[in-house]
Design a protein around this ligand. Sequence first.
Ligand code: PMP
Length: 391
Amino acid sequence: GVPVCECNTCYGGSDCSEISPDCPADADSGDPLFLEPYWMREAAGSAVVVAGWHRMSYRINNDAAAISAELVKQIRRLHSAVGNAITDGRFILFGAGSTQLLNAAVHALSPDDPLSPPAKVLASVPYYPVYEMGTTFFNDRENRWGGTTSTWANKSDSSAAGEFIEFVTSPNNPDGSLKRPVLNVSSVITDHAYFWPHFTEIPAPGDEDLMVFTLSKLSGHAGSRFGWALVKDKKVYDKMSKYIMLNLFSVSRDTQLRALKLIKVIVDGSKVGGKDIFEFGYSTMNDRWRRLNDVVSKSNRFSLQSLSPQFCTYFQTIRDPSPAYAWLKCEREEDEDCAASLKAEGIMSRGGATYKTDGRYARLSLIKTQDDFEQLLQHMVALVSKEGGAQ
Ligand code: PMP
């Protein structure tokens, strides 16, 4: 017979376009699909077509690292258009996502001397768990996971120099705050994954020694697996390059080509009315944050991280917050596992324990599709409106 089209359980209506309110809200992953509508609008100008015989070699101009000079040029243009990083006097290298570069950076900042004790790799709570997972999993002789910075904060005298590698995530995942190193003696890896006007004010260009960026949170093309690092020190750059070389040879040339096209569209559209991805990203994220805040402000059960309006050098104005994630706190005694309480109400989040902090917190992703967000908001409205009645 004729195959019958069935909607996925979360959708109904004649063309499966209506979201069912019974469907759970999935605010778990950090998949940045909020930018999909921008790329639909820019579909023709952002398309890439590659003939079968193009770009077949391992190498570009006989260079095995195969770093596209044109892409490096566009990345420098991008940072100068956005004003979020100084690229002068920095080496640029590419990785398969920023994940690979973060691992390369830990390796590169660890001591060379086999007689040196391993470097302790640290981050400040609440932190992105992959730093710890990666460091522990790769288990290099030259470094080991050292826990949270607060454990070592008294170790700030210069005799401790070289002992510590500190991850600084700015803005932070999960809470969106702009962070600085806690130890003043550590080698620092600055993870600027979210340092774009979509998610934060840009107070001044990033000027740190080792900065890591990713296409994932800039353009939303997380699946292309493209990241880059800006590195001041030649020796650190060389060690990172060797790590990437032995891990991968080089970042896929197809990915580089796609990144080149997308970044060109972004830079050419920057500050151009209707074409500016940052205007689009900011207004989308700010709208979501405002609407969620309106709901949560009526609640005694939940609260959100507090972020205040700040001057942004990109927009040249004071802008309201627009974080990538809501860092929700469950205020009631009985909600000590906030993520479990949310799950019982049909909201999937990531609990505080994942970020090595109190289970009273949970992260809600605000960067997924509009449908995902609307579903989350509907569930939050229902949850908060229940508060007034039976407690
Ligand atoms: N750093 C942070 C803080 C992140 O949140 C993520 C992804 N969610 C990454 C790095 C990794 O991103 P990618 O490997 O896609 O560049």
